[in-house]
Design a protein around this ligand. Structure first.
Ligand code: SAH
Ligand code: SF4
Length: 358
């Protein structure tokens, strides 16, 4: 039965080598099989032509290569953003978004994949569609990397590839850190798809304990912090974990992070009408981010059904942006949302389509 076999995509290179040895195969098969699975991203053991027939049969008997069912695929008419709804082995569903943009220097097409880390999200931010849907579970290692592989296979056919990965899909990545770390080591392995960790961004609502672990393990990833307010009483209202990890604690760990890594920090700040866009809010934000080498991405709120928050008018958005830049010298950008016509923009991902109702 399938469930009794080992999910071979869950294994790191070392674990795969250990397995190969325990099955009585040649040790170097560990690396060879890793290359087939993670560089050539094959879906069948029979494609592994330099592995003996006998050993391929043994692998089939003891292990399996999981893959997703694609339940739904949408492409934005506005900007070619693609949204994928995948079905997991237990029937759960997750969404992954492919963002396409031109490089500002050489105008080359770049592909950024926005990956999910959990089914639903336990943080339950008041403004976020994923947070409204309830939390199911962490994604496994193979479920994280299969989002990348499924889309990569489609791109390779067109002579393209994934250039960047951002953990900005469903879920809070730093609450699934052990699977995330393993997935990162596989994705950035020189015998795998080999995406540099520096091209991988992890976005967090501010899980201080998780950032501490990233520091301890010296993970060379890019970090983005979903700030949305630099005033504790307000942040408490929209991001419940701010009560556990208030702004002072967040600032302290980020100061340490920057001291150790010398890496620029990205802060995301969604603009919510009548909530976080006053001059007072702008000053608090400026004071907070000036503690760091920073960039602030301002994101006009994407309205979510049954959620009271509203997107401000263009005029209010410009006013906030200009005040930050001109009066407070904040390194701010105003992010244009992609894929809004397919609900593929930030924070709009949710398990809208349950199995069988698409
Ligand atoms: N859990 C992580 C990563 C996933 S959310 C985090 O919160 O950072 C990715 C980004 O989308 C976060 O910055 C989040 O705050 C933002 N977001 C959530 N809902 C949104 C919405 N409706 N409009 C705009 N951005 C939203
Ligand atoms: Fe979770 Fe991020 Fe959504 Fe908050 S914004 S509920 S942390 S996915």
């Amino acid at each position: 039965m399938k469930l009794e076999r080992i999910n071979i995509l869950d294994l790191t290179k070392q674990e795969l080598t250990d397995l190969v040895i325990s099955l009585g195969m040649k040790k170097f098969y560990g690396k060879e099989i890793f290359i087939w699975l993670h560089k050539k991203i094959v879906r069948n053991f029979d494609d592994m032509t330099n592995i003996s027939l006998k050993d391929r049969e043994l692998l089939k008997e003891k292990t399996y290569i999981p893959f997703f069912n694609l339940l739904k695929h949408q492409t934005s008419k506005i900007d070619k953003t693609e949204k994928f709804l995948f079905e997991l082995e237990d029937g759960g569903t997750i969404e992954t978004v492919l963002l396409r943009h031109r490089d500002s220097n050489n105008k080359e097409l770049r592909n950024t994949l926005c990956v999910s880390s959990q089914v639903g999200c336990p943080v339950k931010c008041s403004f976020c569609a994923t947070g409204q849907d309830g939390y199911m579970r962490n994604l496994t290692v193979s479920e994280i990397i299969n989002q990348v592989y499924t889309v990569e296979r489609r791109l390779v056919k067109k002579g393209e590839e994934i250039n960047n990965i951002v953990f900005m899909g469903m879920g809070e990545p730093l609450l699934n850190l052990s699977n995330l770390t393993k997935a990162l080591s596989i994705l950035s392995d020189e015998n795998g798809i080999n995406i540099s960790k520096r091209k991988i961004t992890i976005s967090t609502s501010g899980v201080v304990s998780g950032i501490e672990k990233i520091l301890l393990e010296k993970l060379p990833i890019e970090l983005a912090i979903s700030l949305h307010s630099a005033i504790n009483e307000k942040r408490d209202k929209i991001i419940p974990i701010n009560k556990n990890f208030p702004l002072e604690d967040l600032a302290a760990v980020l100061i340490e992070y920057q001291k150790q890594t010398k890496r620029r920090l990205t802060f995301e700040y969604i603009l919510i009408d009548n909530f976080n866009i006053s001059e007072n809010d702008a000053n608090a934000l400026a004071d907070f981010v000036h503690q760091f080498d920073h960039v602030v991405n301002l994101i006009p709120y994407n309205e979510v059904p049954n959620v009271e928050h509203k997107r401000p008018s263009e005029k209010k958005i410009e006013k906030f942006f200009n005040y930050l830049k001109n009066n407070r010298r904040v390194n701010a950008t105003l992010r244009k949302e992609k894929g809004s016509d397919i609900d593929g923009a930030c924070g709009q991902l949710r398990q809208k389509t349950k199995k069988g109702d698409n």
